[in-house]
Write a protein that binds this ligand. Structure first.
Ligand SMILES: N[C@@H](CCC(=O)N[C@@H](CS)C(=O)NCC(=O)O)C(=O)O
Length: 205
């Protein structure tokens, strides 16, 4: 298996993290975003959207981070990570949608401003980040994991951009439930960290 990724991409980290949690070996192929290698013809053959991550499983090409999580869970029969019962599957999908929506337009976008110079309104995306963080904080009030009584791909999908939200100047210090949940994710066997930068609000050790 090959994972086309970039060390500062949270979408790519999401896929890398799940591979590692599953104990799956994958060759990491770094795509040079600065050189726009993700828009080059060879890469566009893998993903016409010109986005990371992309998984190549012996010629089966899967683009989109959440699609990769679903593919890997199904391929490896990891039913705990992606329950098959209607209610369990819906609970996971609900948070995959949040990862692709509110997280992308909130903490992910805030970090794109500080790290990649994206031209979003910083105040607006930081405010959006706090709206979704408050909702996740409330959801974690009565539970350890976001979608079930055990970790699922919903936790994996949410983790990376919430963990690095301070890099986008999103202050996470008041969200005690979220901070405890991040530590639970980080304690999972096979956890692999998302590279930190010195940008934004310094994180507590
Ligand atoms: N929905 C996609 C979004 C992926 C995404 O936005 N990737 C970024 C890197 S973090 C990217 O490749 N951006 C380049 C672009 O959109 O042109 C996914 O979940 O994989």
């Amino acid at each position: 298996m090959k994972l086309y990724y970039h060390p500062l991409s949270g979408h790519a980290h999401r896929a890398r993290l799940f591979l590692s949690l599953l104990g799956q070996q994958a060759e990491l192929v770094e795509v040079d975003l600065a050189a726009r290698a993700h828009k080059a013809p060879d890469f566009l053959k893998l993903n016409p959207f010109g986005q990371l991550p992309v998984l190549d499983d012996d010629g089966t090409i899967i683009a989109d981070s959440n699609a990769i999580l679903v593919y890997l869970a199904k391929k490896t029969g990891a039913k705990d990570w992606l329950p098959e019962d209607p209610q369990g599957a819906a609970a996971v999908q609900r948070w995959l949608s949040v990862a692709a929506g509110e997280i992308a337009y909130g903490p992910c976008a805030a970090r794109l401003v500080t790290i990649f110079g994206a031209r979003f309104d910083a105040d607006e995306v930081i405010a959006r980040a706090h709206v979704i963080l408050q909702r996740i904080e409330a959801a974690l009030e009565s539970r350890q994991w976001i979608a079930a009584d055990h970790p699922t791909i919903a936790d994996v999908a949410l983790y990376s951009y919430i963990a690095r939200a301070p890099e986008g100047n999103v202050d996470r210090s008041a969200y005690t439930n979220i901070n405890a949940w991040l530590k639970r994710v980080e304690a999972l066997p096979g956890f692999v960290a998302f590279q930190k930068t010195a940008i934004g609000i310094p994180e507590a050790a």
